[in-house]
Design a protein around this ligand. Structure first.
Ligand SMILES: NC(=O)c1ccc[n+]([C@@H]2O[C@H](COP(=O)([O-])OP(=O)(O)OC[C@H]3O[C@@H](n4cnc5c(N)ncnc54)[C@H](O)[C@@H]3O)[C@@H](O)[C@H]2O)c1
Length: 385
């Protein structure tokens, strides 16, 4: 079993799919691991450390793609315009490609994997079931993104977060509003609370009210008069009716005026992120406030966010970074590497050290995109029909 780890080409991506601790585990499973020189640089991991963990270093991406039967990646294969490296052209028939392949938004590329005879497995599609928790890359990466969002807000905000009672007088706590209380949002709430802020949060799914309150934050309620079903059977949010959206806007419009920081994390799988903060709402915010848009990868929750920029609207800073996990690459790589190793242990026979894939396993079925020259994923097929 030959596993290849190319250097990530996507602009701003600093993570490596398998840092040294993950490589050690793959080698212990019986794999030969080939890593492209410099693949760990962004996460401050040297080639020497990679070699010490058992990897063999190959100079360029083409050598990795030629040698490996399994390619482990963070981001989907792409083209590096600067030196013309095209990962898609290097993918060989029967290669197993595992990564955050963003299939919802890159259907033509998924079809291309099928045409090339690649077996593509998408980490975003690992089912959210208990048995797969250790492989849940969406959660491992969102969790750290939620933390980093608050730290970034705190460093941009011109005031402190906690209440301070001093001899010179009292400083009131910063007010933080978190929109979307999934994995990232709940971590943002917890982090902002730890820093001493007064935190409130909103989500369309009423089920999260209890989780928000258990973290010591206030849940912002939007009355669901029409009785819209906000949650899919898989626990994800649905797009709400126009009537609900109108009420939601009214509540948020009034709430946001009083806030210092707003962290937005709202997403609907496979769709563009909902706009929760429009131009008028940004203009209503106090000068010095900060908006952190964690949903930029799918278009952003704030109408004014600009990709990978911090913009200033009448003193309100709007932060629109695309790739929050890449801002903390060592820890996110470490957790992502463990997610991959746990998935690999499902598809490698521990006795022989060779691949043994149960194609009917619920986890494999959920995450598998292409096999035997076809797009086989149920979710993607449903999207088409
Ligand atoms: N292994 C597991 O069982 C497991 C692991 C992680 C997450 N989950 C569940 O998966 C679900 C999704 O979690 P996620 O963090 O990946 O979500 P996500 O990234 O898809 O979305 C983030 C949050 O945005 C919310 N949202 C969507 N539209 C909104 C709107 N218009 N206004 C306000 N909020 C909006 C969603 O309800 C969600 O809480 C949750 O139910 C979570 O508990 C299960």
């Amino acid at each position: 079993m030959k596993i290849g780890i190319p250097k990530e080409l996507t602009s701003g991506e600093k993570r490596i799919a398998t840092p040294p601790d993950a490589i050690k585990k793959l080698v212990n499973m019986g794999a030969e691991v080939f890593v492209q020189a410099g693949a760990g640089e962004g996460a401050s991991i040297s080639d020497t450390e990679l070699v010490e963990s058992g990897a063999k270093i190959l100079e360029d991406a083409s050598a990795i793609y030629k040698t490996a039967d399994i390619i482990l990646k963070v981001q989907r294969p792409t083209v590096n315009k600067a030196d013309g490296i095209d990962e898609m052209s290097m993918l060989r028939e029967d290669t197993i490609l595992i990564g955050m392949l963003s299939p919802h938004f890159n259907k033509p590329q998924v079809e291309e994997y099928a045409r090339k005879g690649v077996v593509a497995i998408s980490m975003e599609f690992i089912p959210r079931i208990s048995r797969a928790q250790s492989m849940d890359a969406l959660s491992s990466q969102s969790n750290i993104a939620g933390y980093k969002a608050v730290i970034e807000a705190a460093s941009i905000f011109g005031r402190i977060f906690p209440m301070m009672m001093t001899a010179a007088g009292t400083v009131t706590p910063a007010k933080v509003l978190v929109l979307g209380a999934g994995v990232a949002g709940l971590q943002s709430i917890a982090t902002a609370k730890r820093l001493g802020a007064s935190v409130s949060a909103f989500d369309v799914r009423p089920a999260v009210k209890e989780q928000v309150e258990s973290l010591g934050a206030k849940f912002v309620q939007v009355e669901n008069i029409g009785g819209d079903n906000a949650e899919t059977s898989g626990g994800y949010a649905r797009e709400m009716s126009d009537e609900y959206k109108e009420r939601q806007r009214e509540v948020l419009y009034n709430c946001i005026k009083t806030q210092d920081i707003c962290i937005t994390t709202a997403q609907i799988p496979g769709q563009k992120a909902p706009i929760l903060i429009d131009r008028e709402m940004v203009h209503e915010m106090k000068s010095g406030s900060v908006i952190i848009d964690l949903a930029m990868e799918t278009g952003g929750n704030c109408e004014l966010s600009e990709s990978d920029k911090v913009i200033d609207i009448n003193g309100v800073k709007v932060v629109g970074y695309q790739n929050w996990p890449a801002l903390v690459p060592k820890d996110t790589s470490s957790l992502y590497g463990r997610n991959l190793v746990n998935l690999m242990s499902l598809i490698v026979d521990s006795e022989s050290g060779s691949l043994s894939i149960d194609w009917d396993d619920e986890i494999i079925k959920g995450a598998l995109l292409t096999r035997n020259g076809s797009v086989v994923n149920q979710l993607l097929r449903e999207m088409e029909s």
